[in-house]
Ligand binder design. Structure first.
Ligand code: ADP
Length: 424
């Protein structure tokens, strides 16, 4: 029997409808299974978070969904953020935003975790009462069945103290740099001032000295005795001022004029100094010995000047015995440490620093001649070379002046030993 077409189509439709129902039911069941498995996965994750970090009192743990809604918060997270768990769950993680980080910072972070990669970084968060805390965060995406991130697990450690210390150090550093720049600027100004003043004063002083000298020569014995005395004082004063100004000029020149650095054979420089100081050595009966002295990368005349000033002082500030002077050098780390020791009058410990200051002297000029600039010049030269200078002394038992010259640059100048300039 042939079926009526209408019956056929009804039957067909019923079949189709049943099939559709079956398929829908299967789909619903599949979705439920998937949901159940995802829920189980989430529950497992939370349980894992609880177990894994229960031992670590410091771990701040949160889980959010992909929109950033908090679905889990451990006790430490509640404690540090000052929100109760109820207040946190269901809130967007933005609740902790302190407004410190840029949009770009968050964009990069979300991009990383949305791509299924782990993000690590430091974050500044705001607690419920508005106080700020810093965390070192690791955000791990957790993928769903489809492989796409379904939630994010954030594990953090508080680093507020460390950040505070870092900030403190940064501020101190900035302040130090500011002061160093300020000091360099005022030093440069002072040097410029000393140079200009001493340079410009030279000419009028030369006129005063010349004319007082002339007055003395022409009118000595032709006026009264007082006039002779006064003219002599004026002439002496002018000469002394000239010598002070010349010293000041020499001092301000160190560092202002670019040092001509070459490989300096200090032994040759020392021989030169002994030649210059020959008359003083002879007159005082001094014995000056020196050990092996190195080759250094410096300005030859400046190194000679330091040695000359120190050996000269060792002769000048001698005690009752003839001076016995020793010049040595030894390597200490990255430096050559030079020493000039004597058996002279010594220096009281309270003056160990001040003697390196311009025009600072411990004696009158009648006791020991000089202007008090020699050690200041030594200090400036040595510091310009990157070294330092100091004295070790005992009153009545002699002094040892020590200074350092860095030797690291010499490593690059291996050829030095072949190019030692012969002293003129
Ligand atoms: P000057 O020699 O013109 O006085 P310096 O700057 O060379 O100037 O020395 C400053 C002061 O340091 C000296 O006046 C002296 O009091 C002290 N001094 C320097 N060298 C020695 C030394 N070898 N022994 C004792 N005192 C010294």
């Amino acid at each position: 029997m042939l079926s009526h077409p209408a019956l056929l189509s009804r039957k067909y439709l019923q079949e189709q409808s049943r099939r559709l129902q079956r398929e829908v039911a299967e789909l619903v069941r599949a979705e439920e299974v998937q949901k159940k498995s995802l829920d189980a996965q989430e529950a497992e994750l939370k349980e894992l978070a609880d177990q894994k970090f229960a031992l670590d009192q410091h771990a701040i743990v949160a889980i959010t969904d992909v929109q950033g809604t908090i679905t889990y918060a451990n006790d430490k997270f509640c404690a540090i953020s000052q929100y109760s768990r109820d207040e946190l769950i269901g809130q967007n993680h933005r609740i902790l935003n302190s407004g410190y980080h840029s949009k770009e910072f968050f964009r990069q972070m979300y991009q990383t975790i949305a791509n299924g990669q782990v993000w690590r970084g430091e974050m500044r968060n705001r607690a419920k009462d508005g106080s700020i805390y810093w965390v070192d965060a690791t955000i791990v995406p957790s993928a769903g069945a489809d492989g796409k991130p379904r939630q994010y697990v954030a594990i953090r450690a508080e680093i507020t103290e460390r950040k505070r210390a870092e900030e403190e150090i940064r501020k101190l550093h900035a302040e130090l740099e500011r002061r160093a720049a300020e000091l360099a600027r005022s030093n440069a100004e002072l040097e410029q001032f000393a140079f200009v003043a001493s340079h410009d004063l030279q000419e009028p002083l030369r006129v005063v000295a010349a004319y007082t000298q002339l007055l003395g020569d022409r009118y000595r014995g032709r006026l009264d005795q007082d006039a002779d005395k006064f003219i002599a004082y004026a002439s002496e004063g002018a000469l002394r001022m000239q010598s002070l100004i010349q010293d000041l000029l020499a001092f301000s020149r160190v560092g202002r004029v670019d040092a001509a650095r070459v490989c300096v054979d200090c032994e040759a420089a020392m021989e030169e100094v002994l030649g210059t100081l020959g008359p003083a050595i002879h007159e005082s009966g001094a014995v000056v010995a020196h050990g092996a002295l190195p080759v250094v990368w410096a300005d030859r005349s400046q190194i000679a000047q330091v040695l000359q000033n120190l050996v000269g002082n060792a002769i000048k500030f001698r005690g009752k015995e003839p001076p016995v002077i020793s010049v040595q050098a030894e390597k200490a780390g990255q430096d050559w440490v030079f020493s000039v020791s004597d058996n002279g009058i010594g220096i009281p410990p309270e003056h160990a620093q001040s003697i390196f200051v311009v025009f600072q002297r411990l004696h009158t000029r009648t006791e020991y001649p000089g202007n008090g600039i020699g050690l200041a010049i030594c200090k400036k030269i040595v510091e310009h070379c990157g070294g330092r200078i100091w004295v070790e002394s005992q009153v009545g038992r002699g002094s040892t002046f020590k200074f350092t010259i860095p030797c690291d640059v010499l490593a690059e100048k291996e050829l030095c030993s072949e190019q030692i300039p012969v002293p003129s």
